[in-house]
Design a protein around this ligand. Structure first.
Ligand code: ZN
Length: 245
């Protein structure tokens, strides 16, 4: 989907954004706030070791409200759903204290099988109860770690399954699907200017290890895990192309 396309018919409707407190979901939230009349957010607690995400979500929400008064009036409830079962069935570096390595299947062991399928199914169930038909997620198959549940084809199939299974027409929006990380920074700039870029840089969290000790140009993180490496590379490319101030 073209992230720059605007659809006037959406401007009276509500949306639910999957919001982890990371760079991608913060950009998706701004994208939704530009398009929908009311925007609610949903985060998941499944025992991942960086509970820091919860604080980042709160800081980002507060920052966006003060950055843009028109966004503040659109921001609705912030939901959190606990899914501890995901912890029981996963054995990965995200949820256990083990090193991040690449598996024989080419996927890092941070992969929780089907995690996005679970997230989007819970999101749709919540959206159903909230009378919301638009769900926004930061899934991306451009600069990604190869997770099959981030693929556009997976999301399209799930949209059909959820709409059939709940007898409600859901639209799953993935504005970052075809963007690399540099373009995601650029999109944040287009949506909210330097204020939003700085907010995301300072308060969003991406590091797999949950580190926020060191402050880099691109924000906080260990600087070495796959998520930090992607974020740093994207920032470098975006910053190099930005007009000097
Ligand atoms: Zn890291």
């Amino acid at each position: 989907m073209d992230p720059k396309s605007s659809d006037e018919s959406k401007h009276t409707e509500a949306a639910l954004v999957l919001f982890s407190g990371g760079q991608d979901s913060a950009t998706c939230l701004a994208w939704a706030l530009e398009r929908f009349a009311r925007v609610e957010t949903l985060g998941f607690d499944y025992g991942q070791r960086h509970a820091i995400e919860l604080k980042c979500r709160a800081d980002l929400l507060a920052g966006m409200k003060s950055l843009r008064p028109d966004w503040a009036v659109k921001l609705g409830e912030s939901h959190t759903l606990e899914i501890p079962t995901l912890l029981e069935i996963s054995d990965t570096a995200l949820t256990r204290d083990v090193a991040i390595v690449m598996g024989a299947d080419g996927l890092p062991n941070t992969f929780v099988p089907g995690r996005n399928l679970v997230f989007l199914t819970f999101a749709a169930a919540l959206a159903y109860r909230r009378d919301i038909s638009h769900i926004i997620g930061g899934m991306c198959e451009t600069d990604y770690s190869g997770y099959p549940d981030c693929r556009d084809e997976t999301i399209k199939a799930l949209q059909a399954a959820l709409s059939l299974g709940m007898d409600r027409r859901f639209e799953l929006h993935t504005p970052l699907m075809w963007l690399d990380k540099a373009s995601t920074w650029k999109l944040a700039d287009q949506l909210g200017g330097a204020g939003l870029v700085d907010l995301i840089r300072e308060h969003s969290h991406t590091c797999y290890l949950g580190e926020r000790g060191a402050r880099h140009d691109w924000g906080y993180g260990c600087g070495e895990c796959p998520a930090c490496a992607l974020r740093a590379k994207g920032w470098g490319e975006y910053a190099a192309g930005r007009a000097p101030v």
